[in-house]
Design a protein around this ligand. Structure first.
Ligand code: TXA
Ligand code: MG
Length: 317
């Protein structure tokens, strides 16, 4: 259900996008900072607003499968099949870019990341604009992604108009996949809510054998080691017990106190709450945040959760 307020805000967001501004929009994964993909000036504003380096490519969001033709130059049988299974949803596919997509969007790569989000407000905004939008997560570069409109406001203040679509259902950025040139391998560049298991099981119905592997993208340095970082240092305890004095010394911080990030045992809920909880922990008057990696929390969706926590961490012990 769209409230009258949201209806009005969607209209305002469309007008702003048409004028070449950036807007905050809700998606089911995280909030995005959107701009008209065909407006170079507006795309530049995304990089400026986020303080994002130009080498990190943007994801292009569509609101109807027919728009794919203007974004990619080749939509092969395998990505087509995956689109029927996972779109709209939390899957970004890296495909050969069309000539209409500028190098600014793709950081000079010949490929483009494309996604059809499920959130009705994102869909309405893109449809109203009549063009796809480029949208990275709506946070300053390297920082924790936003999962509420309030997170976006706290990051950019009055500089960015945000449409409030409630808390994001998934809470983690989309799964980013790429392909080999013969479309026989699906490479997971960034784990997300659509897991290796989900891809494997869908591909059982595909006409050919396809392999699914993990492979961080070498061409897109977006997958930097340090990303998603909260304002307080985060320590992941993989094998060691909590020793506050030792950790404070390793982090070279004065305050010898810490707060624990406690995750739900249910990975769907853990993912949904992750970034909000990280932000809440960051507001505590302590030296650092710690999280304990438990044996039970390893496979499937936990892969994506630990990928983010490891990249957000200052120390893994
Ligand atoms: O769920 C999401 O994907 C969110 C929402 C807003 O849709 N967006 C998001 O965007 O997480 P961003 O910019 O924070 O992350 C996009 C990442 C880039 O850092 C890059 O690593 C990868 O997607 N990517 C984009 N285009 C690519 C390309 N052509 N080749 C390889 N990786 C690419
Ligand atoms: Mg991001």
């Amino acid at each position: 259900m769209i409230t009258p307020q949201q209806h009005a805000d969607i209209g305002k967001a469309i007008d702003l996008l048409k004028l070449g501004s950036v807007v905050g929009l809700p998606t089911e994964t995280v909030y995005g900072l959107a701009a008209d993909v065909y407006n170079q000036n507006a795309i530049n504003k995304i990089f400026e607003t986020k303080k994002r380096p130009f080498f990190d490519p943007l994801i292009v969001h569509i609101s109807h499968i027919s728009q794919i033709k203007s974004v990619v130059s080749d939509f092969s049988d395998l990505p087509q099949f995956l689109a029927t299974r996972f779109w709209p949803g939390a899957l970004t596919m890296v495909l050969p870019k069309s000539s209409k997509i500028s190098n600014l969007v793709t950081s000079g790569l010949e490929t483009v990341g494309v996604r059809f989000p499920k959130h009705i407000i994102a869909q309405k905004i893109i449809s109203g604009l009549g063009a796809p939008v480029a949208a990275p997560s709506a946070n300053l570069f390297g920082k924790t992604s936003p999962t509420t409109a309030e997170h976006v406001r706290s990051e950019f203040g009055d500089k960015v108009f945000v449409v409030d679509g409630g808390a994001c259902e998934v809470g983690l950025e989309s799964t980013v996949i790429g392909f080999d040139e013969n479309y026989q391998i699906v490479k997971i560049h960034r784990p997300g809510a659509i897991t290796e298991k989900d891809l494997d099981s869908a591909l059982k119905d595909f006409s050919r054998k396809v392999y699914v592997t993990y492979e961080e993208s070498k061409v897109a340095p977006g997958h930097l080691k340090h990303h998603y970082m909260p304002t307080l240092p985060l320590v992941v305890l993989e094998s060691e017990k909590l020793d506050i004095a030792k950790i404070a010394a390793l982090l070279k911080i004065e305050k010898k106190s810490a707060v624990e990030l406690i995750l739900s045992q249910d990975p769907v809920i853990a993912a949904r709450e992750l970034y909000s909880k990280l932000r809440e922990c960051s507001e505590k008057d302590v030296g650092f945040i710690y999280v304990q990696k438990l044996k039970l929390q390893q496979d499937d969706l936990w892969t994506a959760i630990w990928d983010r926590l490891n990249k957000a961490s200052s120390l893994v012990l």
